[in-house]
Each structure stands twice: as C-alpha cells, then as structure tokens.
Design a protein around this ligand. Structure first.
Ligand code: HEC
Length: 145
C-alpha cells in the first residue's frame, strides 16, 4: 500500500466521522440538512416538552394551546389561532408553509401581530437548531410522524 493511498483512506475516515458528528444531539431529526425527514414525535415534541408545556398545559398561562405530547399535533396542524391580534393571527401550523404558520411566527418573531409575544414568553428564545427543526418539519408537510 502506498503512503498516498493510506492518506486517502484517512481522509475518507475523517469525513465520515465529521458527517456523523455534525448531526449533534438533536435525536436524529432536524439540523442543517433539510432533506432528512424530521420526526414530529422524535424531534419537535421534545422541544415543546422542554420549553413550552410548563405554560401550555391546563392551569398554565398559555393553557389556550395545550402542547402536551398526546394533544399538541391535533391542536396545531390546520387549527385556527385562539388569540386574535390585529390582524387576526391565522392558522397555527400551515403544512408546507412555515412563514404563514403562527407557531413559527411565535418562535422567531417574524410576522407577529402587535401585542403578540415571542415564545417562550419572557424567556430566552429557542436555539437556532430548534427553530430550524420546527421550520423544516412544517415545510416537509407537518406530518404526524
Ligand atoms: C411563560 C409561559 C409561556 C411559555 C414558557 C411559552 N408560552 Fe406560548 N403563550 C403563553 C401565553 C400567555 C400565550 C397567550 C398570550 C399571547 O398571545 O401572547 C401564549 C401563546 C402562544 C401561541 C399562540 C396561540 C394561539 O392560539 O394563537 C403559540 C403558538 C405559542 N404560545 C407557542 C409557544 C411555544 C412553541 C413555546 C415553547 C417554545 C411557548 N409558547 C412557551 C405563555 C407561554
């Protein structure tokens, strides 16, 4: 085996390691690659459970929208916003169109009506990775997967 061939193999190996490491700890979904299917139950719901359910469940200040794991999907996809700002907020998740989805508007601030707070309310914003995961899931058709 020539020396240059060994170098080539090493180069391939390190590319492989880098590609695997690049997925981060997001549980296999989301991330930078928009073609990798994002799992609602595996990648999106954990974001809600960690950052949102404390308010978005019965008794919480955001109880108007229950984001607990067995309920969130049915409460979001194709559902009208319960909060009417000016203009009225619209649909919480429009499958295939993150920009028109109130959920996405709430976590980024893009297109929010006056008086509507960015989420999570009063707390630091979600990481860019989490925002990307939700954006990609919506654009891939908001499947219950
Ligand atoms: C500290 C409490 C709190 C946390 C944490 C929180 N929210 Fe909210 N959320 C609220 C309140 C209160 C409202 C309603 C008032 C308003 O319109 O701003 C609301 C409204 C919303 C709405 C609009 C509902 C509708 O019917 O139009 C969405 C969507 C939303 N939150 C998503 C989230 C998401 C996603 C997270 C986690 C990333 C989150 N919230 C975290 C308190 C919270």
């Amino acid at each position: 085996m020539t020396k240059s061939f060994r170098v080539l193999i090493l180069a391939f190996l390190s590319v492989g390691v880098f590609a695997c490491g690049g997925g981060g700890d997001s549980g296999g979904g989301g991330g930078a690659d928009d073609t990798t299917p994002v799992s609602f139950s595996g990648s999106v719901q954990p974001i809600f459970t960690t950052n949102c359910v404390s308010c978005h469940s019965p008794g919480g200040t955001g109880a108007v929208l229950d984001l607990r794991s067995t309920l969130s999907y049915a409460n979001l996809v194709g559902q009208p916003s319960a909060v009417t700002g000016t203009p009225p907020s619209g649909t919480l998740v429009v499958a295939g169109d993150h920009a028109s989805s109130v959920l996405y508007q709430r976590i980024t601030g893009d297109g929010l009506a006056a008086g509507e707070d960015i989420m999570p309310q009063g707390l630091p914003q979600l990481s860019d990775t989490d925002k990307d995961t939700i954006e990609t899931w919506i654009d891939q058709g908001a499947a219950n997967n």
